[in-house]
Design a protein around this ligand. Structure first.
Ligand code: ARG
Length: 448
């Protein structure tokens, strides 16, 4: 028979939790001594021994041993080797079940902090683009058909708002998981006079978990992180898709900096938007890990089951994928050049103004539904004759509706955009409000 002992081993990935594990152990040992559960000298030896262990890990000198299966056993064994029998007192009043629940919460909390910082830097890049091209009008799309002119800045700020909600989702996730699970023991609590609140305050948790069985069994904070990550990646993926489309020769709206495009090995003219494409692709694996954690959890009876060990690799992968993607976008967006001549030319194309012409007729007393019908017929007429609306003589206009007058020629893309002057609209002053709102959010976040 083959040797299967490595099947249960997690040390090659859970070693990533060493800082959290050691911080938790130090707080636990200190509390045990304060409560008179272990001698103070032993706690002191444990705490300095754990610092030595951390040093070894960081210097790459720690003797990781797969035979000890996981991070917890590796650290405890090494501690005992270093400081002697006192090390064996560390695990008093604790189980690996509440220990790993603590480590994962601490790690997730740090990951939320990094993620929010990453989202903020992408938001800053979006605001930078909005400011750089503040008055540029471009075609806005529905069904990927040119629909109405909008400001490019409005388009960029739409993504700012999506990422703002992502920040909120990660903050919610951090808020709900802000409870200390340590002190729950294996599942039922511990028979020692521990002080859980003291440990919570050292480790900067607002509260202690109210139910020991829930605390060791629960990983819903991970499912929340995964789902917030999946949604954030979905947003970045939509932006990626737009960048891919916009940088095609057909659209020719943007040009990415050379560092963020790749040539083809055989077609010298190519400037492939590989970073945007890979971000779009990586979104798939982040969704996969969300399904993974939900599926691991769905059939588990209370409380701890070893299946829970499978919570880690997908999670670490999601954290790495999300953070690297945000970092790429924060650096790629500022170098994206907008082809302002082209987008403004297309935004001025007369069919884009059909809705504005219908609104013009409404202004002259025509009911909107009728005005819409007039414009549909007019557009069909122009299309059939290969004409542009702006070149159509006024007599021709009047054949479709007598209300048309010479002022119809004053309707331009700039006028169309300026007319959308209600809150949230694309008029320059409204977009300026959106930009001010965005900058204010970033300034407040930066000051925190
Ligand atoms: N490696 C385990 C995990 O990640 C740690 C907890 C093990 N507990 C146990 N009773 N075997 O979940």
């Amino acid at each position: 028979m083959q040797d299967h002992s490595d099947y249960t081993v997690s040390i090659h990935y859970d070693r990533r939790l060493y800082r959290q594990d050691i911080a938790g152990s130090k707080a636990h040992a200190d509390m045990l001594a304060t409560q008179g559960i272990i001698p103070r000298e032993d706690a002191d030896a444990i705490i300095s021994g754990l610092s030595a262990v951390q040093e070894e890990i960081e210097q790459g000198e720690f003797p990781w041993d797969p035979a000890l299966e996981d991070l917890h056993m590796n650290i405890e064994r090494r501690l005992t080797d270093l400081i002697g029998p006192a090390g064996a007192r560390l695990h008093t009043g604790r189980s690996r079940n509440d220990q790993i629940a603590l480590d994962m919460r601490l790690y997730t909390r740090a990951a939320v902090g990094d993620t929010v910082a990453g989202l903020r830097s992408v938001q800053r890049a979006l605001v930078g683009l909005a400011e750089q091209y503040i008055n540029v009008v471009m075609p806005g799309y529905t069904h990927l058909q040119r629909a109405q002119p909008v400001l490019f800045a409005h388009h960029m700020l739409a993504y700012f708002e999506m990422l703002e909600r992502d920040v909120g989702r990660f903050a919610d996730c951090a808020g709900r998981m802000d409870v200390l699970p340590l002190g729950s023991g294996a599942l039922a609590g511990v028979p020692y006079p521990t002080d859980r609140n003291a440990v919570a305050s050292v480790l900067e948790f607002s509260e202690i978990s109210p139910n020991s069985m829930d605390a060791v069994a629960d990983r819903d904070f991970l499912a929340e992180f995964h789902s917030a990550a999946a949604i954030a990646m979905m947003h970045v993926s939509r932006l990626s898709e737009e960048i891919v489309i916009w940088s095609s020769r057909e659209f020719d709206f943007v040009r990415l900096a050379d560092e963020f495009t790749t040539g083809s090995s055989i077609m010298p003219q190519k400037r492939n938007p590989d970073f945007a494409e890979i971000a779009r692709g990586k979104t798939g694996r982040v969704y996969g890990s969300l399904m993974g954690i939900l599926t691991v959890l769905k059939g588990l009876p209370l409380t701890y089951n070893r299946d829970l060990q499978e919570d880690k690799e997908g999670f670490f992968d999601t954290v790495d994928t999300l953070l690297s993607t945000l970092s790429v976008f924060a650096d790629m967006l500022p170098g994206m050049k907008l082809n302002t001549d082209r987008v403004e030319f297309l935004a001025g194309e007369s069919y884009m103004l059909a809705t504005d012409l219908a609104d013009y007729l409404v202004g002259k007393g025509v009911p909107f539904r009728d005005a819409h019908g007039v414009m549909r017929r007019l557009c069909q007429h122009c299309e059939a004759g290969g004409l542009s609306l702006s070149d159509l003589p006024i007599d021709e206009y009047r054949r479709f509706a007598p209300q048309f007058d010479d002022d119809v020629y004053a309707i331009t893309a700039a006028a169309s955009v300026a007319a959308r002057d209600n809150p949230g609209g694309t008029a320059p002053n409204r977009v300026a409000e959106g930009l001010a709102r965005a900058k204010n959010i970033l300034a407040t976040a930066g000051a925190q």
